[in-house]
Write a protein that binds this ligand. Structure first.
Ligand code: PGA
Length: 249
């Protein structure tokens, strides 16, 4: 599974043009490799892209949603609206939202609940900063983020959630964890969730500076269901290369 997080890198027109130009080739690549892709454009482009991709296997996700269901929240976009315009997925708790928009673990938990209620799969981003890594706090940070994120009422644990491990120091920096470190962290996350939140159905992705030059390094990581890709997903040819390289074509 590949999630393309376009952030605010493309305008409405650029997003539509990309989709129109590449949708058939993208679908062909997915069919050849038996993979799934979720495109996460900015809010404004979601509805139109969803119409263009209707009848294809390419899915749409949002990059954020409101932490309240509906009401007087100027400038916010509800999960209910996202559902109505064709979103199947929504990224929550991306580090750029945590840092620039002061999103707390508590707010992220509210968003996750609203998304699950509206049958949108949350893609929950967790990960430590460089300073936290250097201070050996990676696991305590992940534990705190997961504890907040996964505190869910029982009736919301039937649907799958996605956990994206995205070390903050790897996002947009060209740096990646070593295979050994990533292996260890993914295994730790699995054990932690299985021991503490055994009812939750989840899969795990990695994100942070994934590109066509390093994707092969991540091939042999057990239990990794896929990748959250930022800048390398903006260029169709690079995205296609990543998908094909991953499957050895
Ligand atoms: P990047 O972004 O691939 O550009 O590092 C990943 C992300 O922010 O999700």
């Amino acid at each position: 599974m590949f999630i393309a997080n376009w952030k605010m890198e493309k305008t409405f027109e650029q997003s539509i043009e990309w989709i129109k130009k590449f949708k058939f080739e993208l679908e062909d690549t997915l069919n050849k490799t038996n993979s799934e892709i979720v495109i996460c454009p900015s809010f404004d482009a979601i509805q139109k892209i969803s119409k263009i991709l209707n009848k294809t296997s390419i899915k749409i996700g949002a990059q954020n949603c409101a932490s309240e269901e509906l009401g007087a929240y100027t400038g916010e976009v509800s999960a209910l609206s996202l559902k109505e315009i064709g979103c199947h997925y929504c990224i929550v708790g991306h580090s750029e939202r945590r840092v620039y928009f002061k999103e707390t673990n508590k707010i992220i938990n509210k968003k996750i609940k609203i998304l699950l209620k509206n049958l949108i799969t949350p893609i929950i981003c967790i990960g430590e900063t460089e300073k936290e890594k250097l201070n050996n706090k990676t696991f305590s940070i992940l534990e705190e983020q997961l504890n907040f994120a996964l505190e869910l009422p029982q009736d919301l644990t039937n649907n799958e959630i996605i956990i994206a491990y995205e070390p903050v120091w790897a996002i947009g920096t060209g740096k990646n964890p070593t295979k050994t470190d990533l292996d260890q962290i993914i295994n730790w996350i699995i054990k932690f969730i299985d021991n503490n939140y055994s009812k939750i159905k989840y899969s795990i992705l990695y994100g942070g500076s994934i590109n066509e030059k390093n994707i092969e390094k991540f091939k042999k990581i057990d239990y990794l269901k896929g990748f959250l890709i930022g800048s390398a997903s903006l260029d169709f040819q690079i995205l296609k290369k990543i998908v094909l390289l991953f499957y050895n074509n």
